[in-house]
Design a protein around this ligand. Structure first.
Ligand SMILES: NC(=O)c1ccc[n+]([C@@H]2O[C@H](COP(=O)([O-])OP(=O)(O)OC[C@H]3O[C@@H](n4cnc5c(N)ncnc54)[C@H](OP(=O)(O)O)[C@@H]3O)[C@@H](O)[C@H]2O)c1
Length: 323
């Protein structure tokens, strides 16, 4: 089969396109998926650079994919049925989605039915799971609240703004790039703030009492400033590390977290996304109730270019690879 194989830690050029890689043979408890598309994810840049602990190279990366069932010895699925797979060590400890086929554990697969194009379907599973988990489980958003989305132009940020708006929240999104302001507004932001590391001052001018919720996608470099943006009993959820820093240099819980404020994190897994919720979301996209912001689509041969493009931070939405 054809596969984009990451041969060792490094830049995008360590990903080599192999045309005769062995097609995986599904073991007991595994489903063989014929891959049609997959979304590119920031964590895959970390894995490629060698920053994901426990990953042995060479590896076929890709923490998610959508496609059809090729073989399922458990008898759970019919051959040809549409299916998604996310996480569960895919693309890290077991070969993942950057290939024509992947053999993955049954427990990380989710079936669905849709006539949407594969490039749209490929953008959905990991992005929807993360957005829905962050907003509904971690932040527990409710109608009438205000939310600040830090790193608003990321694919996670754009879908979060759209869904938060649908749920009846007032949305403030941030970007470092003023040229992306209109795009943010077209994707659900009521207000846009330019982020130079300090948005709390401008936020308090806009909403003096502070916001109810913050979705922090930049991470440790802006976390303290995000904590300054919440009202009493407000919640900050750190879901992303776009800033690229895992460890915070100085953190004083009594002081950096305002009294009664709450700080949480979201790190999703496949079991957070049940079949019904994924199908309902796909149906909403099919009906045009939600728009998936796809920035660019690449082919499997172009995976190294797709990595370089994500690293350039030019994107305004999901980067998808379609086979
Ligand atoms: N916890 C989970 O389960 C989970 C799951 C999936 C993703 N994530 C995380 O969610 C975040 C968003 O992922 P994504 O795939 O949606 O990202 P993405 O679409 O690739 O985000 C691209 C945008 O991020 C912003 N950005 C990049 N570097 C930045 C920096 N140093 N400081 C501030 N902004 C920066 C840029 O926006 P501007 O140029 O407009 O500022 C850029 O356009 C990532 O950190 C990812 O790892 C977490």
């Amino acid at each position: 089969m054809k596969a984009a194989v990451t041969t060792g830690p490094g830049g995008p050029d360590v990903i080599i396109i192999e045309n005769n890689w062995p097609k995986p043979v599904p073991q007991a408890g595994e489903v063989l998926i014929r891959i049609k598309a997959f979304g590119l994810n920031r964590s895959e840049l970390f894995t490629r650079r060698g920053d994901s602990p426990g990953v042995n190279f060479p590896v076929i990366q890709g923490i998610e994919c959508v496609g059809t069932v090729e073989e399922d010895n458990s008898g759970t699925y019919q051959r040809g049925q549409q299916i998604a797979a996310i996480m569960g060590g895919m693309g890290r400890y077991i070969n993942g989605g950057y290939a024509e086929y992947a053999a993955v554990p049954l427990k990380i697969t989710i079936p669905f039915q849709s006539s949407l194009p594969w490039c749209i379907l490929g953008a959905i599973p990991e992005m929807f799971q993360t957005v829905s988990g962050s907003l509904t489980q971690a932040l527990q958003i409710t109608r009438g609240e205000t939310i600040l989305i830090r790193g608003g132009t990321s694919s996670i940020g754009l879908l979060s703004a759209q869904l938060a708006r649908v749920y009846g929240l007032t949305v403030v999104s941030t970007t470092r790039n003023p040229d992306k302001t209109e795009h943010l507004k077209a994707n659900g932001a009521d207000h846009v703030l330019l982020d130079d590391g300090n948005v709390s001052t401008a936020l308090r001018e806009l909403i003096p009492q502070g916001v109810d919720k913050v979705l922090e996608l930049i991470g440790t470099p802006t976390l303290k400033d995000s904590l300054k943006c919440i009202k009493p009993r407000g919640v900050v959820c750190m879901t992303g590390i776009l800033g690229g820093e895992w460890v915070m240099k100085e953190f004083q819980p009594m002081g950096d977290i305002p009294s009664l404020g709450r700080l949480t994190v979201y790190m999703g897994e496949a079991e957070d996304l049940d079949t019904q919720r994924l199908q309902e979301f796909i149906d909403a996209v099919e009906k045009g109730e939600v728009t998936i912001a796809i920035d660019k689509t690449f082919t499997l041969d172009e995976v190294p270019a797709a990595h370089a493009y994500m690293e350039s931070n030019q994107s305004k939405g999901k980067i998808v690879v379609e086979l």
